[in-house]
Design a protein around this ligand. Structure first.
Ligand code: AMP
Length: 466
């Protein structure tokens, strides 16, 4: 299948060709015709599958045909959970619409609101936004939805995890009922389906990869080690294997800082990316990681979520995530688009429960490799594969917002997750975000390694059993 068969017009095909894309990814092959047909869509797809172009290309096609936006009006609204993802999606919208007379902009918290109000004044065809800042702008009459035709929820599962449900429900009441709604989520739990029921209308359901599978092209290992030896082991692995670009995940911001200091002390160029870092620091860290000036980027889950760093060879889980799905997301940053990747988890005896939950989720026992000289004194118990369906995940309930108690909370902390163990606000507006800018030919090999399946008949796989 080629892009020309999907019903897209010349300006969009040209933008796609400029990017060097040769064939639509499986999700694009399914979403593009359905969206062009005016259908609501619920798509289960993770970052790396090409989902952004999957909704952006047909959305632009539809917008190119309609009337121009009036002052402060928005014709298509894309909601994302984090600031980084908002910046990335906005960069994609700009890239794919560069040959069209459409205006787009992005708004998120942590930066001044005035320039955003100004950008909205003329009205925009596409607005990419995080929910909190969008509500602020709405409350200040800077944005209106009378002309809204398309609503996209990107990474809906993450929005629920981060406690945005109330913001979303509130926003929905301002938006015309007569609209096209597109919902993208890595997984479709019961909670997501409940939310979807109130938002989408007779949707086409699309799933491009079996849920919760990790990328086949990623070599995954568990390295059993005592907690106290993890930093030393990581230093040893980086030096011995000459890893030149490694993304390391820690569970907490404090852990990220501590590890960064340790690695720096061993002459390994390292920066951390998490919510306590200023936007400037985060943007700088990401840029330096991408251009190779630093060797290691230490990140917390939410800070790293959705970051599109092309062909990352190495991911290390310094701690296993509490939420097993996060393991799948983390691993998803390597081995993309057919490139091979390597993911190593440093696991201590205390983390056996987390390891078991991950293995139960991915239905696979992860192979183990103990590093000589770092054998654990506290042994990691043997894994046994639990064939029962993964445990249902309980999303954190959003705290009711009390404006009198936190008079400035809305404006200053937009998009900050409210989950206790991850308080990482998203503060970067780095628009480059590693999107390929050259025009070398890119053949989409699935995004999920060799594992991605495209179904000619839209369906959902394994809904609501986590
Ligand atoms: P996404 O899942 O939207 O984050 O996209 C993942 C990556 O795949 C991005 O770097 C896109 O530029 C790239 N991409 C999207 N569609 C295609 C395609 N049809 N062929 C090759 N690369 C693509």
């Amino acid at each position: 299948m080629s892009f020309t068969e999907l019903g897209l017009s010349a300006p969009i095909l040209k933008a796609v060709a400029d990017q060097g894309y040769e064939t639509p990814s499986p999700i694009q092959a399914e979403t593009i015709p359905a969206i062009l047909d005016g259908k609501d869509v619920m798509a289960a797809a993770q970052t790396g599958t090409g989902k952004t172009a999957g909704f952006t290309l047909p959305m632009l096609e539809l917008l190119a045909k309609g009337p121009r936006p009036q002052a402060n009006q928005v014709r298509a609204l894309v909601l994302t959970p984090t600031r980084e993802l908002a910046a990335q999606v906005a960069a994609s919208v700009a890239t794919y619409s560069k040959h069209l007379p459409l205006r787009s902009t992005v708004v998120f918290g942590g930066v001044k609101i005035n320039p955003q109000m100004k950008a909205l004044r003329q009205g925009v065809d596409v607005l990419v936004a995080t929910p909190g800042r969008l509500l602020d702008l709405y409350n200040q009459n800077a944005v209106r939805f009378k002309q809204l035709e398309v609503l996209v929820l990107d990474e809906a599962d993450r929005m629920l995890d981060m406690g945005f449900i109330h913001d979303i429900r509130k926003l929905i009441t301002f938006i015309p009922k007569q609209r096209q709604t597109l919902m993208f989520s890595a997984t479709f739990s019961k909670d997501i389906r409940t939310l979807a029921k109130s938002m989408v209308n007779n949707p086409v359901e699309i799933s491009v990869s079996p849920r919760n599978t990790t990328v086949e092209s990623v070599d995954q290992w568990v390295c059993p080690v005592d907690k106290a030896k993890k930093s030393a082991l990581l230093t040893h692995l980086i030096k011995q294997n000459q890893w030149h670009q490694v993304l390391v995940f820690t569970r907490t911001k404090h852990g990220a800082n501590k590890l960064t200091r340790h690695l720096e002390g061993k002459n390994i160029k390292t920066l951390a990316i998490h919510g306590n870092k200023s936007q400037g620091a985060r943007t700088k860290a990401l840029k330096e990681f991408k251009d190779g000036s630093i060797q290691v980027l230490v990140a917390t889950d939410i800070a790293a979520r959705g970051l599109d760093i092309d062909q990352l060879p190495q991911v290390v889980n310094f701690n296993l995530p509490n939420i097993p799905e996060d393991y799948v997301h983390r691993i998803g940053r390597t081995g993309r688009a057919g490139a091979s990747g390597f993911a190593m988890s440093l696991v201590c005896a205390d983390e056996f429960a987390e390891l078991s939950d991950i293995e139960r989720l991915i239905q696979q026992i992860l192979p183990r490799r103990t590093e000589e000289g770092y054998e654990p004194i506290h042994p990691l118990p043997e894994s046994r594969l639990d064939r029962r369906p993964p445990r249902a995940k309980k999303p954190k309930k959003a705290k009711p917002y009390n404006k009198s108690a936190h008079p400035r909370a809305r404006t200053a902390k937009d998009a900050q997750p409210r989950r206790a163990e991850h308080k990482d606000g998203q503060r970067s507006s780095d628009n480059a975000q590693g999107r390929p800018s050259g025009n070398s030919k890119k053949r989409f090999s699935g995004g999920q390694g060799g594992n991605t399946k495209s179904n000619s008949r839209p369906r959902f796989s394994g809904s609501g059993n986590r």
